[in-house]
Design a protein around this ligand. Structure first.
Ligand code: B12
Ligand code: SF4
Length: 543
């Protein structure tokens, strides 16, 4: 029995650029991809012994549709499923059996069955050996549903054929699954459940020790680690124990710089924040989502009133960690002022890496059902459910205003002096925090500059100016070249996104830049920002 696991491209069009895929940064570092989806790696590890396996990563190699294999295994999120269906069709035309698992198949199994031979729903660690046994016996069923969530202490270490580690930017690890909250735009409660599950601390430590030590490039002597948990602090007692166990590893230099996604309440707890710092956390990824009180309330994101945003971010910065702030625009409570107001907030707080998404009603969420019922969904072309297209009718602005506002916000945050201003402030903070400054050695800075110079020579005046100023700030601070590259990656994304500007771009632009900060077209309470919320202010004052 031979199974071919295929990590497909995210898109049918190879020229497309994906949010979060860091194409530019990878190109500069000479790497192929950020990482391969952990879901496929985990299922590969659950395959019974004696079964031959091949992994094809479409970002590194062409798919050979004629290579002999008994089963092709695919995985997809909603935005990637269109490409996966194409790949499935090509294999099935050759008579090869195709099985699909992952998030979209879990949310839309009947649709998926129109494209593949077998659909596996849910977290498939426990059911996968049965799927393989049935396939071997020629008795593969069309559908396998994983009823229960597997206990995380029983799942195997993710498996990957050796020798490939050099192609990827990040290490990945998962320590917990599930999130106790139910934000209306988020698929996590449907996919991973609200009950919290965790890997035993000693098991996580063993996984950390087992991470491949190979450097990815001269700049990445230590490949950064990305903790993929939905909410790393779902249960703080566990998080605390885990961080305490990580501290000695970090102090011994055995941990790469790492980042994890958490809810904002991480900042309420001084001792916990200190532990994050001591355990080597470089970046906290925080779901800020919106600066508007009304939006947070409408989306059931009450956890964000745990303190004022400004205080929360300052407390993280005080520990020398940077913040990835995830923002969503296009909520029913968002007016055209949301773009400028969000930008002002980002500059005020100095969030280093703001990432923006257009509200996207993902199948399975309360938001999807509500929009569908109201006839507000434009289509179900899943490839455009990637959070950088408008797929529904917004309430307080037009579709083109939402799209242009999104691009404008990205452009402002990364395409101008504002980006360098945040970087400058970040490096100043780092050098004033008691000698813990972790800038790159000159060799790394020289490597990055050497890689960027040809890009600069090919670029236009705007790009050349930004690069020139970037080099200046980098040398001034002897800063971390990784910070700069990550920001330039977002700048590259901005340039890519310009092709999506609407025909009304020029007119719309005026309204973003000239609109009074608080136009209040319908409702006074739409204009109240998070930091005016009484609960948030009271809690901040208590800290
Ligand atoms: C890490 C992560 C990322 C990473 C890495 C993505 C990647 N390529 O792996 C980054 C930051 C790049 C990312 C980007 C995006 N993400 Co994301 N991300 C996640 C997160 C937090 C964890 C995913 C993970 O690694 N889980 C761990 C593995 C082990 O679990 P798993 O993949 O679900 O696999 C299990 C099962 O699904 C199944 N399975 C999976 N594959 C297969 C295959 C077979 C054959 C079988 C049998 C079973 C099977 O078994 C596995 C083991 O239990 C999830 C949240 C979540 N809980 O899923 C969101 C999530 C998947 N992301 C989401 C979204 C929307 C995005 C983006 C579109 C943009 C955005 N604004 O966030 C982009 C899209 C990028 C892209 N083109 O792929 C949504 C997806 C919703 C949906 N309906 O598709 C989620 C659910 C978050 C949310 N808040 O709703 N993401
Ligand atoms: S806190 Fe984060 S992971 Fe949890 S439901 Fe809300 S958006 Fe999803």
């Amino acid at each position: 029995m031979h199974i071919t696991f295929i990590a497909t491209r995210k898109n049918s069009d190879p020229a497309e650029r994906e949010l979060y895929e860091m194409d530019f940064l990878l190109r500069i570092l000479g790497l192929k991809r950020c990482f391969v989806d952990l879901g496929l790696q985990t299922i590969a590890a659950c395959t019974p012994p004696g079964v031959e396996m091949t992994l094809v990563d479409e970002y590194s190699e062409e798919i050979d549709y004629t290579a002999p294999t008994d089963l092709v295994a695919l995985s997809a999120k909603t935005s990637c499923v269109t490409r996966v269906y194409e790949v499935a069709r090509r294999f099935r035309e050759q008579g090869t059996t195709v099985v699909l698992g992952g998030i979209h198949a879990t949310l839309r199994p009947d649709e998926a069955l129109e494209h593949v031979d077998c659909v596996v729903t849910g977290e498939a660690e426990q059911v996968w050996p049965q799927v393989v046994a049935d396939a071997q016996a020629g008795k593969l069923k069309a559908r396998y549903d994983t009823g229960d969530y597997p206990p995380l202490d029983q799942i195997p270490l993710p498996k990957w054929p050796t020798g490939r580690a050099k192609r990827y930017l990040f290490h990945q690890i998962q320590t917990t699954r599930g999130c106790p909250f139910t934000c209306r735009f988020c698929s996590v409660p449907d996919i991973s459940g609200q009950a919290f599950r965790f890997k035993p601390v000693d098991r996580v430590i063993a996984e950390l020790r087992a991470l491949p030590k190979t450097a990815a490039s001269p700049l990445l002597a230590k490949r950064p680690l990305y903790v993929v948990d939905d909410n790393f602090i779902s249960r703080t007692k566990y998080t605390r124990e885990l961080l305490e166990a990580m501290v000695p590893l970090a102090q011994a230099g055995e941990l790469p710089p790492w980042s994890a996604e958490t809810t904002l309440n991480v900042a309420q707890d001084d001792a916990l924040l200190d532990l994050f710092r001591d355990a080597g956390c470089a970046t906290l990824i925080v779901g800020i989502e919106s600066i508007s009180q009304a939006t947070l309330e409408a989306m059931a994101k009450g956890i964000n009133f745990c303190m004022t945003y400004q205080d929360a971010i300052a407390r993280i910065h005080d520990r020398g960690m940077s913040v990835v702030g995830n923002f969503i625009v296009g909520f029913d409570t968002d007016t055209r002022a949301v773009f400028k107001d969000t930008l002002d907030f980002i500059q005020e707080t100095g969030i280093l890496y703001p990432f923006f998404s257009i509200l996207t009603p993902m199948p399975g969420t309360a938001l999807f059902d509500e929009f569908k019922e109201a006839g507000r969904l434009d289509h179900t072309d899943w490839a455009r459910y990637d959070t950088r297209h408008v797929v529904f009718e917004p309430r307080l602005m037009r579709r083109d205003e939402l799209m242009d506002g999104y691009i404008w916000l990205y452009e402002q945050a990364y395409g101008t002096g504002l980006m360098l201003d945040r970087l400058d402030r970040h490096w100043r903070r780092k050098s004033s925090d008691g000698g813990a400054h972790t800038g790159s050695p000159w060799t790394e800075r020289a490597f990055v500059k050497a890689r960027l110079l040809p890009e600069m020579a090919r670029g236009d005046a705007e790009l050349r100016q930004l690069y020139r100023q970037s080099f200046k700030v980098l040398s001034q601070h002897k800063g971390d070249a990784g910070n700069l590259l990550t920001m330039l990656d977002s700048y590259d994304f901005v340039r890519f996104m310009r092709r999506y500007r609407s025909e009304k771009w020029e007119d719309n632009l005026q309204t973003f830049t000239e609109a009074p900060a608080q136009p209040g077209p319908t409702d006074d309470n739409l204009t109240a920002p998070q930091w005016h919320n009484e609960k948030a202010k009271r809690r901040s004052a208590r800290l």
